[in-house]
Design a protein around this ligand. Structure first.
Ligand code: ATP
Ligand code: MG
Length: 174
């Protein structure tokens, strides 16, 4: 596969965590675009326009470190335009992915700040109630995913192209 397309590398949260996140308020407000639950993810590395084949080759056969993610302690605002749940525990995994995909795509690896985006704010949007809500969830990362993003008028469509397991205890015991 050599197709060039918009790609990023991410971790999909497990169903239990998605369900926990769904209990946060998502009231419709002018200028606030909530990310639909199916799209909730934790980006490890945004590649921009990149060759699928190059991205897969870069991510194949890596020793991916185990990661224990903690989400919280509260919903926050980033850059005045994103409503996020902060995430810790992904730095080592993101560093490995960043190091091995450094030359790929239109975007260089940036300083990693773990987060899950719940909503994006338009210019004159007021802050939704969810900001400041306490949140506490944790999970072990099973795999990372190479995801294609298609930007549609009503929001992004994501499609997982390939996944790679992290070196968790189960695979090591085998
Ligand atoms: P939209 O752009 O329509 O709001 P989106 O941001 O979810 O949708 P993409 O722009 O394709 O879709 O981004 C996919 C992922 O990569 C998201 O987690 C996004 O925050 C991240 N991302 C996008 N652009 C950049 C960038 N320039 N630098 C770092 N991360 C980025
Ligand atoms: Mg975007």
């Amino acid at each position: 596969m050599t197709g060039v397309t918009r790609l990023f590398v991410a971790v999909w949260p497990p169903t239990e965590v998605v369900e926990q996140l769904m209990s946060l308020p998502r009231k419709d407000l002018r200028g606030v675009r909530f990310v639909p639950p199916d799209n909730w993810h934790l980006t490890l590395r945004f590649l921009g326009e990149a060759s699928i084949g190059d991205a897969i080759a870069a991510l194949d056969d890596l020793a991916l470190p185990e990661a224990h993610v903690e989400l919280g302690p509260a919903v926050d605002v980033r850059f005045r335009r994103m409503i996020v749940v902060p995430a810790s525990g992904l730095d080592a995994l993101a560093a490995v992915v960043g190091r091995h995909t450094g030359g790929i795509g239109t975007h260089d690896p940036e300083r990693f700040v773990g987060h899950l985006t719940l909503a994006r704010l338009g210019k004159r949007a007021s802050l939704p109630d969810v900001v400041g809500a306490r949140f506490d969830a944790a999970f072990d990362v099973g795999e990372i995913a190479l995801v294609r993003s298609r930007l549609e008028r009503d929001g992004a469509r994501y499609e997982t192209i390939e996944t790679w397991s992290v070196d968790g205890p189960t695979s090591r015991d085998r």
